[in-house]
Design a protein around this ligand. Structure first.
Ligand code: NAD
Length: 491
């Protein structure tokens, strides 16, 4: 049993009242670690430590190049620890080890990218409309950043926040998810080896109430970077009424994948399978509405069903497993309920819709394909965060775009076609932050990531993310040999 500790002001510590919570291995349903339940007092200590580090001591005196070097060192240490961090993430969240190990290694590239950007954050010199004034702008750190992450890709979603935040000179308090806190608690041990000045990076674990609420409403927090569900985001935004901190929101999705008759058939099937069954469908960019043109629809459904039924489900740590369990019992219960409701509403169950035989411990669910006549079926509307593909038929391009845009969300979209003109038309018409053409789920530190509508606001990754964590300062300098004139003397 691993008993983790909070990381505040470069010290590992218990919560102020000694409270802890257990964390469960989704593959077995058994408790395997415990984490401190941070109180308002702990959150206050962490934010004050971050605030001190922002204005006192070594951190504000470092050059941008020196901050970049620290991030490079963090990247190297994450690379060294990637295998271990991946296995911890798998044990705590149930995600496939093959995926978490690779993702942990790739996370290091996000820190490398922002290490390189640290000393390329610059302002402008302005051709001001008045004589004898030199006016320039600088990009300043916003201040203390609260980084709140969900359970499904904690290492990665932390990097997309603290990478740019630290590169720009901010200090951070990270809040891990109560569902799977262990990867970030291990990450804190890595951070501790980097040599950041005390208080620059802090980590708290705990529940939305009080920990998340106390952090996002804290008067010394200057910026909130949040990834999670839409309902939680509403609480977070309400909390920031107290500190008026700007908020970046990376929320859920119900992303469409459009498959046209002329598409490369195997590529489109692979896109739909990756978009729905990769990470057991527990991905914000899951392409969980698959829109298929009539000419290829029936053949496409037959093939995705064949592929779904061939997926090897089991222990996420085993090398030959292709799909692991869901992260929580509550997730499994919700998915079962929505699939049952959708079938009642007339959806056709092509495959799945139940737990796999022989896997009674843990929260496993079979890859499921539902045929849906229209978007009155519930599975086409709500984010399920599980391996459930809803397939809809369309005849024309206009019809496909209309169905794709008929959603509260707008995170990702996939287009499978060989027609380059159509690619431009459809990519332009779809309201989503990311469009993948003849591919799906690709990400990079270099490419901005974020959504339209209820999928969020602001962008993570790329240079855009630096803008989220900096604010403009404008400096006016009198260059005249004369002193400033008397304001009450009109010349
Ligand atoms: P969640 O919204 O339940 O929790 C996210 C985080 O918010 C957790 O750390 C939680 O403790 C915290 N929280 C809860 N109540 C809070 C409050 N009142 N104030 C402040 N913080 C609070 O999400 P989840 O179930 O852990 O994760 C799944 C969701 O995350 C899905 O909707 C998914 O689409 C989304 N997600 C989005 C992206 C993206 O980049 N767009 C990536 C991954 C996941």
């Amino acid at each position: 049993m691993n008993d983790y500790q909070l990381y505040i002001d470069s010290e590992f510590c218990e919560s102020s009242d000694g409270g802890r919570f257990d964390t469960v291995n989704p593959a077995t349903g058994e408790v395997w670690a415990s984490a401190p339940a941070a109180t308002e007092v702990d959150v206050d200590r962490a934010v004050r430590a971050a605030r001190r580090a922002l204005v006192e001591g070594e951190w504000p005196t470092l050059t941008a190049t020196q901050r970049g070097r620290l991030l490079s060192r963090l990247a190297d240490l994450v690379t060294d620890a990637a295998h271990h961090l991946g296995e911890v993430e798998t044990t705590d969240s149930g995600k496939l080890a093959a995926e978490t190990r690779a993702q942990s290694a790739y996370v290091a590239d996000y820190y490398r990218y922002y290490a390189g950007l640290a000393d390329k954050i610059q302002g402008d010199t302005l051709p001001i409309d008045k004589p004898n004034l030199h006016v320039f702008t600088t990009r300043e750190p916003v201040g203390v950043v609260a980084a709140i992450v969900p359970w499904n890709a904690e290492m990665f979603l932390t990097a997309t926040k603290i990478g740019p935040a630290l590169a720009a000179g901010n200090t951070v308090v990270i809040k891990a998810s109560e569902e799977a806190p262990a990867p970030l608690l291990e990450f804190a041990r890595v951070v501790d080896q980097v040599g950041f000045p005390p208080g620059v990076v802090n980590l708290v674990t705990g529940f939305g109430e009080p920990c998340g609420r106390a952090l996002t409403s804290h008067p010394m927090v200057d910026k909130v970077a949040f990834t999670g569900g839409v309902d939680t985001a509403r609480h977070v935004v309400a909390n920031t009424a107290h500190n008026l901190a700007p908020v970046t929101l990376e929320l859920g999705g119900k992303s469409p994948i459009l498959v046209f008759d002329d598409a490369d058939f195997d590529g489109a099937v692979n896109g739909a399978v990756a978009g729905n069954f990769g990470a057991s469908g527990q991905s914000c960019v899951a392409g969980s509405r698959v829109l298929v043109q009539s000419g290829v629809h029936d053949r496409f459904v037959d093939e995705v069903v064949r592929r779904a039924e061939a997926i090897r489900i089991g222990d996420p740590l085993a090398d030959d497993t292709q799909m692991g369990p869901l992260a929580t019992q509550a997730q499994l219960d919700r998915i079962e309920a929505v699939v049952a409701e959708s079938i009642d509403q007339g959806a056709t169950l092509h495959t799945g819709g139940c737990r796999p035989e022989g896997l009674d411990a843990g929260w496993y669910y079979r890859p499921t394909v539902l045929g849906c006549a229209d978007q009155d079926v519930r599975s086409t509307r709500v984010e399920l965060f599980g391996p459930v593909m809803s397939v809809l038929r369309f005849d024309t391009e206009d019809e496909a775009v209309a169905i794709a845009n008929d959603t509260e969300f707008g995170l990702g979209a996939g287009i499978f076609t060989r027609d380059v003109s159509r690619v431009h038309r459809v990519a332009g018409a779809i309201r989503s932050g990311i469009v993948w053409v003849n591919t799906y789920r690709a990400i990079s530190p270099i490419a901005p990531f974020g959504g339209f509508g209820n999928s969020g606001s602001g962008r993570e990754a790329g240079v855009d993310a630096i803008h989220e964590f900096t604010t403009t300062k404008t400096v006016w300098i009198n260059t005249s040999t004369e002193p400033m004139s008397n304001p009450f003397t009109i010349r």
